[in-house]
Every structure is written in C-alpha cells, then in structure tokens.
Design a protein around this ligand. Structure first.
Ligand code: ARG
Length: 408
C-alpha cells in the first residue's frame, strides 16, 4: 500500500529540512516540498531543491510567486495603506496566505491529505498558514512538526540533522537572528533584540544603510499611481514587483525604512521586532499623500478607520475571510480616482512628500488660497457656525460648566 502524502512549505533552511526527515520517519509520509519565491534575498533555490530530492521527497516544486505576490497581495496592501497597530506594514502576514494557497493547490494535484509548515507554536505565522488552508480546503489536515517534536533549540535540531543525514547549512548556528523576508521587506527577531532596551546592532540591517552613511545631498523620486496602483517610478513604467525592488534600493540607500517596535501578537504576547521596509514605507507614504488630494474628506476619514480593521484581519490570518473580502471591496471603491504623481525627497534616513498632483484632485486653489480674492464666501461661515454649534450651545446652557446644574 502506498503511503499517504504531505505537502510541506519548504524554505531549504535547517528547520524545514529537518521537517522533511521527521515527516518521513515519524509520520511515515511521502513528502512533496513547495518552495515559494516571494522575493526573499536567499539565492540557491536549485541547490535547495536538490537537497530536498536527496532527502528522498517525491517532488520539490520551486515556484516564482513574485508577480502574483505583487499583483494580488501588495496591490491590496497599498490600497489599504496596511499598517498593523499603525506601525508594521505586514510583510510576513502577506506572504503566508499565498504560500498556503500553493500548498493547497499542490496537495490537490498530488492527492495529499496533509499539508505541513515549519512554524513554531508561539508565533502568528502558524495561525496564518492554517487559517488560510482551512479557508481554502477545510478537509485538509495540517501537521506542524516544530510544535510537536522535542527539539528545543537550534543545537538540538543540528544534532537531529547530523544523526539523520540531513545536510546542515553552513553557519546554521552563526546567525543570531530569525529572519523572514520577501519583496515587501525583512523581519528581524531574536538574539540581542529580545531585550527591548537593546539598540539593534549594525549586523541586523541588510536592506537599509545606516543614515549616518548616506549621501549628503537629497534624492528626489517621483511615483505615479493609476487607480491606487503604483505604475511608474521617475517616469519609467514598470510592473509592481520591479517598482518595489527599485524603491527598496532608492530608499534603502538613503537609510529610510528601518523600524524598531514592540507589537502585539495574535497569540497574546508582546514581541520586539525590527523591520526593514524601505519600499513598503515609501509606497504607503506616497499613496497616502495622493489619497489626501483625491479622496473626498468623509470617505477618507472612514477609510482611515477601516484600514486598521483590514490590517488586523490580515495580521490575524484572515486573508481568505468574508470580513477581509468586504473590506477589500470598500478599499477598491475608494481607489477609483487615486491617479496622479507624488514627489518624494529622501535625505539621511527621512522620506518627505514634497509634491502631489492629480487630474482628479479635489484640492481647489480658488477655495484654499489665503488671498482675499477667493471663491470661498467667508460671510457664509457665520451662519454655518451658528447652526453647527446649536447642539453645543444647548448643552452649555443646561448642563455645561456655567449652567445652573453645574453650579448646584
Ligand atoms: N512579527 C511579524 C509577524 O508576525 C514577523 C514574523 C516574522 N517571522 C519569522 N519567522 N521571523 O508578521
């Protein structure tokens, strides 16, 4: 009788390589690996595939997901100005649902009844993988080896690897950090950073220069948007994945895009996180500036509130959910007229918006100017204030600080 199959989210690193062996030996399963390229810095995907094949997997599929990630996930993240707790642009939370979708597709292709991932039991990523898998195919069962096995720390994993002929990547014990990266940025956790009082060391940063080492003259960049989507940088039309790569470079070279923060994980604990998100922060900064002139005021205020709901839903693993679908529909509707150009100035770790223009701009010079010769009827304001403060005046007389009720 042939064995049951499991499709594993495989990165080629130590954790997921040990997962392959563990699933084969402890669970008696045939393993199919899926290795998604979402723009992470790692190279050598061919070698990682070969390593999986050498471990005896049925197949190892290396999938280039950069454009799907950009067009399906980053476009929506930009529309929603995605910032969990108003500070974290959600890079890991955006890639997990796409990887989960691929696991489900490959599971169907191979007739697998299990999928597996290498996430720990303390983080958000396990929830994101599993919630997405359940939303896409509630019948599939999930195995999380790292939650189940007794390998308590990295040296335990290295020892297991040596004992089971799993090749150990060079320097497996050298990197003090836990890293997750993709086109949208890089998350850096663990090691020295676990004490939130410790300043990050220089070796934590890869995508961004130390602001002290950046050019002494400012860099100007123009980003063009069409209906909320970035379409060009400095007049050059590019696809979104290329735009993100270009902006990661421009912003990173100017030292913009470093974050050092404490965030609230879904599993209930606070964690100290450092992020490098040069392109993401640049695009969100520019996109917000364009919305400021293109989105009507009441709509903009409601959108800003719902952006937090969008980010929380995605952070919490609800990419495929009715709430997130409905919020996407709202966000998409707000983007119809978000077309135009934003001019940015980078200097020594800063990025400032210094210009914005749009064929659909609601900014009306004739109304806004402080010149007396304006189309705004200042005399009408007196009547407006009279009516607008009616409720306040009524309150002041009956219950306010100078009322009889307050004196009593
Ligand atoms: N705290 C971030 C999040 O939950 C980043 C997680 C990074 N994952 C990692 N394996 N280092 O989205």
């Amino acid at each position: 009788m042939s064995k049951e199959k499991v499709v594993l989210a495989y990165s080629g690193g130590l954790d997921t390589s040990v997962c392959v062996k563990w699933l084969q030996d402890e669970k008696n399963l045939d393993v199919v690996c899926v290795c998604g390229n979402v723009g992470q810095e790692e190279t050598g995907l061919d070698a990682k595939k070969q390593k999986a094949l050498d471990l005896g997997v049925l197949d190892c599929q290396v999938l280039d997901l950069r454009d799907e990630f950009s067009d399906e996930f980053l476009t929506k993240a930009i529309a929603a100005n995605s910032m969990y707790e108003n500070k974290y642009p959600l890079l890991s939370a955006l890639s997990r649902p796409l990887l989960a979708k691929k696991l489900v597709e490959v599971a169907h292709e191979f007739g697998a009844i299990y999928v597996a991932h290498g996430c720990t039991g303390k983080g958000n990523d396990q929830v994101r993988f599993e919630a997405a898998v359940k939303a896409l195919d509630p019948e599939l069962k999930v195995i999380a080896p790292v939650r189940e096995w007794d390998l308590k720390c990295r040296p335990d994993e290295v020892a297991y690897a040596h004992a089971h002929n799993v090749p150990v990547p060079e320097g497996a014990n050298d990197n003090p950090y836990s890293i997750d990266d993709n086109l949208w940025g890089r998350a850096i956790e663990c090691g020295h950073l676990e004490d939130p009082w410790n300043e990050p060391l220089d070796d934590a940063w890869v995508m961004t220069k130390n602001p002290e080492d950046t050019p002494d003259t400012p860099t100007y960049t123009e980003i063009e948007f069409e209906a909320g989507k970035p379409v060009a940088v400095d007049g050059k039309k590019m696809k979104l994945s290329e735009i993100v790569i270009a902006l990661n470079k421009i912003s990173g070279d100017n030292g913009f895009g470093r974050l050092d923060l404490v965030e609230d994980r879904l599993v209930g604990l606070k964690s100290r996180e450092c992020y490098e998100v040069p392109g993401a922060l640049t695009l969100i900064t520019a996109h917000k500036a364009l919305e400021d002139i293109c989105v009507e005021g009441d709509l903009l205020k409601t959108k800003i509130k719902l952006e937090q709901d969008w980010a929380t839903a995605v952070y919490n693993g609800q990419w495929y959910s009715p709430l997130k679908n409905a919020l996407d529909a709202f966000m998409a509707d707000t983007q119809k007229f978000v077309t135009g150009t934003v001019r940015l100035k980078f200097f020594k770790g800063n990025c400032h918006v210094v210009g914005r223009k749009s064929p659909f701009s609601l900014y009306d010079y004739g109304l806004a100017t402080y010149d007396r010769d304006t189309t705004f009827d200042e005399k009408a304001s007196a009547g407006f204030i009279e009516i607008d403060t009616l409720s306040l005046k009524t309150w002041a007389k009956v219950q306010g600080p100078s009322s009889a009720a307050a004196q009593a």
